[in-house]
Design a protein around this ligand. Structure first.
Ligand SMILES: N[C@@H](CCC(=O)N[C@@H](CS)C(=O)NCC(=O)O)C(=O)O
Length: 200
């Protein structure tokens, strides 16, 4: 049995796994699970992940892994994408915690409401409320990327994969990157990495 990924490639959290697997050449089987079809809430899926979220990875011995950034760490261990140095690993984690607390809950949620729900009236206030936080998160990234090629050290790491996932589709959250030249340059740098794959 190969590694099995349960997910939706159009979800940034799932795309992180697809991108890493492509870049590290990790063989896997992708089984589509769509949030919009309610497939993360079936009894069978909840047995795998009681949180009812994708991505989920099942190893060949049946071990289940959840949480996108934790999954990245599991598979990138001992690769050049995860620095061995303790301080640099900590820097990777700093960006990944930032992603999950400040970036994904604003930008990804706006994108979901806009792209997948069609910005319904009932979600407009929530969509609007997340605009300031989205730009605050982009400001933090720009501060770093205006002066450095990558988020950590001078090399491509898991931090870049985690932040790239939703930043490169920010326009689907109706966010404008014109004022972020460092981020725009970095997006092109990431898309030029060996083994890169598009989200769709
Ligand atoms: N912290 C989780 C977040 C996963 C997540 O929010 N997944 C979304 C799709 S992008 C999902 O499954 N949502 C369904 C739900 O929460 O009900 C991770 O990084 O894997």
């Amino acid at each position: 049995m190969p590694v099995v990924v349960y997910g939706d490639i159009l979800s940034g959290n799932c795309y992180k796994i697809a991108l890493l697997f492509s870049q590290l050449g990790i063989a896997h089987e992708w089984r589509e699970v769509l949030v919009t079809r309610g497939e993360t809430r079936t009894a069978d899926f909840l047995l795998k992940n009681p949180a009812g979220q994708i991505p989920v990875v099942v190893l060949d011995d049946g071990t289940v892994l959840t949480q996108s950034n934790a999954i990245l760490h599991y598979f990138a261990n001992d690769s050049e994408l995860l620095p061995a140095d303790n301080l640099l690993r900590t820097r990777v984690l700093e960006w990944q915690f930032f992603e999950q607390y400040s970036h994904e809950p604003t930008i990804a949620v706006r994108r979901f409401i806009n792209r997948f729900l069609g910005l319904p009236e009932a979600r407009q206030a929530e969509f609007d409320a997340k605009e300031a936080g989205s730009y605050r998160a982009l400001d933090v990234m720009e501060k770093r990327l205006g002066e450095h090629e990558f988020l950590v050290a001078n090399r491509y790491t898991l931090a870049d994969i985690s932040l790239y996932a939703y930043t490169h589709v920010a326009q689907e959250a109706r966010l404008d990157l014109d004022a972020y030249p460092g981020i725009r340059r970095w997006l092109n740098t990431i898309a030029a990495q060996p083994g890169y794959i598009d989200m769709e």
